[in-house]
Design a protein around this ligand. Structure first.
Ligand code: FAD
Ligand code: EPU
Length: 265
């Protein structure tokens, strides 16, 4: 186990966030020790807006035995989803194609029920192992309250491993589906971001609504509403959480949108 003081901007895809104590846990014993005091769990930091002041709690990151996988058995929650999507395709296993392009760890993808219109994480799960109150419990997906970009995990629950629901399919079919998902993501920016900032209201696209209001290109400091997609706020270099919050507020003054990101603390 490693415990170090870090800046969370180095651990989030938006590149924003202040100091915290990072606990990198590699074994069950590490996890028991790390959870003895108040904590938060960090996945790949791709859906987080971390304040410039940082967070007071321990920030737990899964590595070691929680970052190994067997696609036909247990998959560690610390494994990167893009790696699994490619590896499943290579092994002729279908079920993860809809998740192509989501830069999550498995645990973060479960917690957020990450997805696209081609499929969600919950659809690909057979079982989820969650550590809470000092021990490991296995849940069926229907017990975890999955909905659009949401789940109901037990309080303080840390997803540690999952079993995936994959089926053998011809490689060309899997590749065709992946190409379709890839094409649907072409309009998304390549710059540093945390994906879509807001959830889509039923029947609408938040990105389109933001675009129609003329917010694209709105810039505060180094944070900017992407010119490519209205629901992405990009970091042009040295953006701070304050800059990003200012943009979120300006948008929410005009549009009743619900934040998809999680704000720390
Ligand atoms: P983090 O951002 O690190 O954390 C998110 C939440 O999950 C936090 O509450 C955290 O505490 C919790 N968490 C993380 N790991 C665990 C764990 N092991 N156990 C319990 N809780 C945990 N999202 C989509 O749904 N669809 C998309 O198409 C999509 N495209 C994106 C494209 C880009 C370029 C980017 C940057 C982001 C995109 N996102 C998308 C957003 C993001 O990738 C997802 O929300 C993803 O699920 C976040 O996973 P993470 O591992 O990065 O979690
Ligand atoms: N549109 C605009 N202007 C914009 C952005 C979009 O007019 O600035 C229009 C598009 O032309 C399209 C419609 O709005 O007609 C929908 O846009 P898009 O296909 O990009 O999908 P989205 O609803 O904006 C959702 C998810 C994405 C996911 C894509 C692909 C949400 C909030 N967003 O975006 O997920 O990758 O579909 O399936 O559900 C995320 O959650 O972080 C995320 C990136």
């Amino acid at each position: 186990m490693r415990v170090e003081r870090v800046l969370l901007k180095d651990y989030t895809t938006l590149g924003v966030g202040g100091p915290a104590e990072l606990w990198t846990v590699e074994t069950q014993e590490d996890l028991l020790k790390a959870t003895e005091a108040p904590y938060r769990v960090l996945g790949n930091g791709s859906n987080l807006l971390v304040m410039d002041e940082g967070v007071p709690e321990r920030v737990i990151r899964l590595a070691g035995e929680f970052a190994t996988y067997d696609l036909r058995g247990w998959v560690g929650a610390g494994v990167l989803l893009p790696l699994l999507v490619q590896e499943a395709a290579r092994q002729g296993l279908s079920g993860l194609e809809g998740l192509l392009g989501i830069p999550a760890q498995v645990g973060g993808a479960v917690k957020m029920n990450a997805g696209t219109r081609f499929g969600e994480m919950a659809d690909a799960l057979e079982a989820v192992e969650i550590f809470h109150e000092g021990s490991f419990h296995v849940y069926l997906p229907q017990e975890l309250g999955f909905g659009y970009r949401q789940s109901r995990l037990p309080p303080g629950g840390i997803v540690t491993r999952v079993r995936l629901k994959l089926k053998e399919r011809p490689l060309e079919e899997i590749r065709r589906r992946m190409a379709e998902v890839d094409a649907a993501r072409k309009g998304q920016p390549k710059r540093k971001s945390a994906g879509c900032a807001f959830k889509n209201p039923p029947g609408h696209s938040a990105g389109r609504l933001i675009d129609e209001r003329g917010f694209k290109g709105l810039r505060v400091g180094d944070a900017m509403v992407s010119l490519e997609h209205g629901n992405f706020i990009v970091n042009l270099g040295q953006a701070t959480a304050r800059d990003v919050l200012e943009i979120l507020n300006r948008i929410q003054e005009e549009l009743p949108l619900e934040l998809e990101w999680e704000v720390w603390p």
